[in-house]
Design a protein around this ligand. Sequence first.
Ligand code: HEM
Ligand code: NAG
Length: 343
Amino acid sequence: MNSSISVLLILLLGLHLISAASAHPGEADDVLKIHTLSETSPFQDCLSFSYYHQKCPDAEAIINRKLKEWFQKDYTLAASLIRLHFHDCSVRGCDGSVLLDHEGSERRAEVSKTLRGFEVIDDIKAEIEKKCPRTMSCADILTAAARDATVFVGGPYWAVEYGRKDGLVSLAKEAESVPIGHEEITSMIEFFQSKGLNVVDLAILSGAHTIGRASCGSIQQRIFNYSGTAGKADPSIDPKYLNFLKRKCRWASELVDLDATTPKTFDAVYYTNLPKKMGLLSSDAKLYSDPRTAPLVNALAYQPSLFLYQFGVSMAKLGNVQVLTGPHEGEIRTKCNFVNSHK
Ligand code: HEM
Ligand SMILES: *[C@@H]1O[C@H](CO)[C@@H](O)[C@H](O)[C@H]1NC(C)=O
């Protein structure tokens, strides 16, 4: 890339950082905070930081305590909860619809088959119901869990806004729109745009692949049957890495780290892997081969602190996608797997 363009980009991202930082939740200057947040919010909504301050003051503490118990037993759940929140927000907005477990629901769709962490959310919900019955939505619990999971694996903290209601509808067919790793950049940009998220959010949120794992089924075509030619591999994979993947991925059900270099830490190494031809998913690799996103990858690889900060900003945006907040929208589920029975 032209170096003057890259310097410009870093400067631009830096400016964005400064303006966003001055609006960081928890800052004293409330006027400035509200001003900039409404700019970064994709929709006009009624979420608020203080939503549960009176109704359920211990909510965040309960969620955090429960999560720590789960993560100490199985730290891989942290990545899975971050992904679960993304899939929830990707279909009908962040409304807990991915949690509903009935025939034909999103959760039963093919693209959802490796989603994990449902039992964690159920466990938290049961505890919250004891302390604050019929008060906190499953969508809000999942949003808070994704934030706490990020912090747990070494990522940034951001203040979460609350007040989402749980949706009543969940359709497997609609889950098919969620990207699964073979997509072209254009369709990913369009998908994000349809949620009010831009190309910077795409580049930043893809950085979640700095932790967690994929099942080998997600990349077998890429390493064994590239563009439908048996035995062929995507030439854009580093030869050593390809060797490793071929040995590792003989079975579709095997799991492989999304970040081959520092799989257990939330850092910007995901971005430095990409120029080294070590992106696991084809969609990861394409972020570096496309001129619309390559400059962002370079800037983020070059400035890890920018990634860490901006990840919180983009996650807060993700958590605001198409939320249900109106008085007659959605409900507060008592169990996250089922809608309440309506007489
Ligand atoms: C940009 C489009 C995206 C595509 C194409 C994509 C695709 C994928 C795929 C194919 C997997 C592996 C699934 C499997 O084989 O089991 C995965 C895992 C994961 N994704 Fe994404 N993803 C995208 C965006 C995101 C976003 C926005 C987030 C969160 C902010 C995210 C977080 C994760 C995490 C943490 C994992 C690991 C899950 C685990 O270890 O259980 N992804 N993603
Ligand atoms: C290889 O790809 C082609 C075209 O996508 C497909 O028809 C074929 O079943 C694939 N072969 C294997 C072994 O997956």
